[in-house]
Design a protein around this ligand. Structure first.
Ligand code: GLP
Length: 250
């Protein structure tokens, strides 16, 4: 695991964006694994700027996303489909046909999950995966569990995740209870993984994830075992790790 400490959210976004820009320069046909949540927005803005300046092109790139709410149609503003178009795809030169998210309205979620995994495999696997982290250590929508999941699957969201995500809805009641998410195995199979984390509210879960044991009760902890994992986090997010961890961050 590599750790890059940024002073604040803006610096975190600039540093992380450089990894994605370098990846698309080195391999224009890369398959990117993208993420939603508020944390990656600054990074996406930076990629949009670099693309507008002509420094990078996504013309030949493909993307998949970690997850989508189940039972939510694409045209809803809270769908991750809408999020990705609003925050990235509509502002860069990517071919929309080369972008894919799980279909939250799939009648047969198992078939959709299997097709999603096949799509990733057919494209040769994810070259660079972007991750944020939930307050309970979830990545994608892989919530704390008794085992690490394999395969894109339909999950039930925890009360903590529903509570964290209600800010995007009129009330917690409107937050979907289920989601389709790439499994831990598929995330771990990405060739490179970059995680972005900002803010004091994520400091404890970062400590639990990267200074404690690898356990499915803290899903992000498995990233300790990935051969090319980089954590880009700001000072606030690193505050507990810096104070208490003896491993990687001193
Ligand atoms: C959602 C997404 C995750 C994301 C998390 C944290 O649960 N499924 O991929 O990492 O939110 O979001 P934020 O960056 O807004 O804290």
């Amino acid at each position: 695991m590599k750790l890059i400490a940024a002073k604040d959210y803006d610096e975190m976004s600039l540093i992380a964006a450089r990894f994605f820009a370098a990846q698309v320069l080195l391999k224009p046909t890369s398959l990117f694994g993208f993420a939603t949540g508020s944390t990656p927005i600054g990074l996406y803005k930076e990629l949009i700027r670099k693309n507008a300046d002509g420094k990078i092109t996504f013309k030949y790139a493909h993307t998949v996303n970690l997850d989508e709410y189940y039972g939510m149609s694409r045209d809803k503003k809270q769908s991750y489909y809408s999020f990705m178009h609003e925050n990235l795809f509509d502002h860069i030169d990517i071919n929309p046909e080369n972008t894919r998210l799980p279909d939250g309205m799939a009648e047969d979620p198992d078939a959709e999950c299997a097709a999603y995994d096949k799509h990733i495999a057919d494209l040769g696997g994810v070259d660079m995966q972007l991750l944020g982290i939930g307050h309970d250590g979830h990545i994608g929508f892989n919530e704390p569990a008794d085992h690490f999941s394999t395969g894109t699957n339909c999950v039930t969201l925890t009360a903590m995740t529903i509570d964290a995500n209600k800010r995007f809805f009129n009330s917690a009641d409107e937050v979907p209870r289920k989601a389709l998410t790439m499994g831990m195995r598929e995330i771990m199979q990405a060739k490179k993984i970059i995680m972005v984390v900002s803010g004091k509210d994520k400091a404890q879960i970062l400590y639990d994830s990267f200074c404690g044991p690898v356990t499915p009760q803290v899903p992000a902890s498995i990233l300790q075992l990935h051969p090319d994992f980089t954590l880009v986090a700001d000072e606030d997010a690193l505050s507990v790790m810096k104070a208490h961890c003896c491993k990687c961050c001193k």
